[in-house]
Design a protein around this ligand. Structure first.
Ligand code: PMP
Length: 329
């Protein structure tokens, strides 16, 4: 398409790239979907656009309306951009612990930002519940509800999965990624299984999340903590219900960081920690399935969003995590 008719049509249709280091280390073809190339810089642009257009189609969002969401940042960035393009106001509730880059970006994009202290999901002050209350109190507002609104995973059933199928020419044996809402994993999983039921779908869970234990042993149980932003789920969201998970892996921050830094140093890809965790998960799936398989994963967002955290040696040291030599120069 030589000219896109509208900025919104820049969302999706992201390229798939071969990761040389992980492919050579495992004897598999490890391919990654470059979601950091979406206009808002993350995979969440897809969900933002789909949720808004679904609400418009249902008459839940009309001209002059307001979009309200609780988000770790990337969904808010997507919603703010789509909201601007379509003429909606955006209110974002965010845990104050999210990276300064994401908060500054949201303000710069015109979102009204409400920072709240991080709490357990069971606490009514949790950012998700706060966003629902604000939506209820705001006239003509849509609570986009990315965790339990399945328009989120539909963006991946209808978009990401068919793109992967087409880009690989149907030569795909496995797919894995981590979960925030679970929209990407469940949506790509369900979408790929529509093409071929024997494509193996793997959950990649960071330490500290509960999904690994749930899919391995049927019990939601956390096991530590992770510094990764945007992933790590403690409940079965509506988007995760009936997700076709065949196998699961648990990845530490150290393993995820090693892959994040290797992607930058060896492949020239600057991505965030959830992407590094996904690549470590793809390598685990490759080892489980054996050489000769083609495995796809997701590069969720850009590393530029984490200059004050993952790419900052002082921050890493404060978390007891190793920094690569070039960062300390
Ligand atoms: N990585 C990052 C950086 C994210 O912000 C998110 C979304 N919160 C994800 C991964 C996970 O995506 P999903 O919500 O589709 O599970």
């Amino acid at each position: 398409m030589p000219v896109h008719p509208h900025a919104l049509s820049l969302i999706g249709n992201t390229p798939l790239v071969r990761l040389h280091g992980p492919s050579e280390a495992t004897g598999c073809e490890i391919l990654a979907k470059c979601e950091f190339l979406n206009p808002g810089g993350s995979v969440k642009d897809r969900a933002a656009l789909y949720i808004i257009e679904d609400a418009e189609a249902r008459g839940q969002l009309i001209a002059g309306g307001t979009i309200v969401e609780g988000t770790a940042g990337n969904t808010g960035i997507g919603l703010a951009l789509v909201g601007n393009a379509k003429g909606y106001r955006t209110i974002i509730v965010i845990p104050e612990t999210q990276s300064q880059e994401k908060k500054d970006t949201l303000r710069a994009l015109g979102a009204e930002l409400i920072e709240v202290a991080p709490t357990a999901y069971s606490n009514p002050a949790h950012y998700v519940h706060t966003s629902r209350r604000i939506a209820e109190e705001t006239p003509n507002a849509l609570w986009s509800n990315q965790f339990d609104n399945t328009a989120n995973r539909m963006a991946h059933i209808r978009g990401t999965a068919p793109e992967i199928w087409e880009q690989t020419g149907g030569r795909i044996d496995g797919f894995t990624c981590s979960c925030g809402t679970g929209g990407t994993l469940a949506g790509v999983g369900l979408g790929l299984k529509e093409f071929r039921d024997d494509i193996v779908i793997g959950l990649t869970d960071p330490h500290g999340a509960s999904l690994y234990e749930f899919f391995a042993h049927g019990e939601l149980k956390a096991d530590g903590s992770s510094v990764a932003e945007g992933i790590g789920q403690s409940r079965i969201t509506a988007n995760l219900e009936s997700a076709p998970i065949d196998t699961q892996f648990r990845i530490s921050d150290e393993e995820g960081l090693a892959q994040t830094f290797a992607l930058l140093r060896d492949e020239g890809l600057c991505v965030g920690l959830s992407s590094g965790i996904n690549v470590a998960g793809a390598m685990a799936l490759a080892r489980e399935m054996g050489p000769g398989n083609t495995i796809v994963t997701i590069l969720c967002d850009s590393g530029m969003r984490y200059l004050s955290t993952v790419f900052n040696p002082a921050w890493l040291a404060a978390k007891g995590l190793p920094a690569p030599a070039w960062l300390k120069r």
